[in-house]
Design a protein around this ligand. Structure first.
Ligand code: GSH
Length: 214
């Protein structure tokens, strides 16, 4: 098999890197990681620019093929290493697959005040945070309403089996849960269940250098 190399941010706190790292780990694929120190603007170096084209992490190398954009990488992994030989990242039923993609696209394109006021560094590096601003609270309420609608009652997964949309949604909810913001019990249970998942632990517990704000 062509070797797989994942280019990650130096602080291991990119939610997009997280999604791809968890996908590779769930599929039990052997892969190496290479760090790109964004705070040193290493993404602008010509060698990374030519590799990534877009100068952002994550980038997956699979042999001579290079791909950026986390959702494209997840889909590529699912197409290249699909079930039944490898564990699935997306549900099998078309409507569930579409819902998973909807949630993934929404998480990547909305809720900016939460991403700003509750950056992943706040809980992965345990930084002090201020109370949510009115815009942050409005975004939190929107996240809580949508997640409550998406997650079926009595379940700690979106669908019958794990999907990468679960991990993405858990990471977004963890921004609130991990900072002590009020979240309904159903969503806390959902986030806690996924936070214990071995693929998620492997990312959360990965060694990190001291954080430098940039
Ligand atoms: N839509 C992209 C977002 C990737 C992204 O924003 N990566 C950030 C790190 S979290 C990055 O590389 N920033 C460096 C830059 O934009 O210069 C994805 O899903 O992969």
């Amino acid at each position: 098999m062509d070797p797989l190399v994942l280019h990650v941010d130096g602080f291991w706190n990119s939610p997009y890197v997280f999604s791809v790292f968890v996908s590779l780990t769930e599929k039990k694929l052997p892969f190496e990681t290479r760090t790109v120190n964004l705070h040193e603007r290493a993404q602008r170096k010509p060698e990374f620019q030519s590799l990534s084209v877009t100068s952002r992490v994550p980038v997956l190398e699979h042999g001579s093929f290079r791909l950026s954009e986390s959702s494209a990488i997840v889909e590529y992994l699912e197409d290249s290493f699909g079930p039944p030989q490898y564990p699935a990242l997306l549900p099998a039923a078309p409507r569930d697959r579409a819902r998973a993609r909807q949630i993934m696209a929404w998480i990547r394109s909305d809720l900016m005040p939460i991403r700003e006021e509750r950056s992943t560094a706040t809980f992965l590096y345990k930084q002090a945070v201020k109370p949510l601003s009115p815009a942050g609270r409005a975004a939190a309420d929107k996240l809580i309403a949508a997640a409550s609608a998406f997650i079926p009652e009595g379940r700690t997964s979106l669908f019958e089996t794990f999907s990468i949309a679960d991990a993405d949604l858990a990471m977004m909810l963890q921004r609130l849960v991990g900072n002590g913001d009020a979240v309904p019990a159903k969503l806390r249970d959902f986030a806690a269940a996924h936070w214990q998942r071995p693929s998620v632990r492997a990312f959360v517990e990965h060694e990190r250098p001291p954080y430098v704000a940039y």
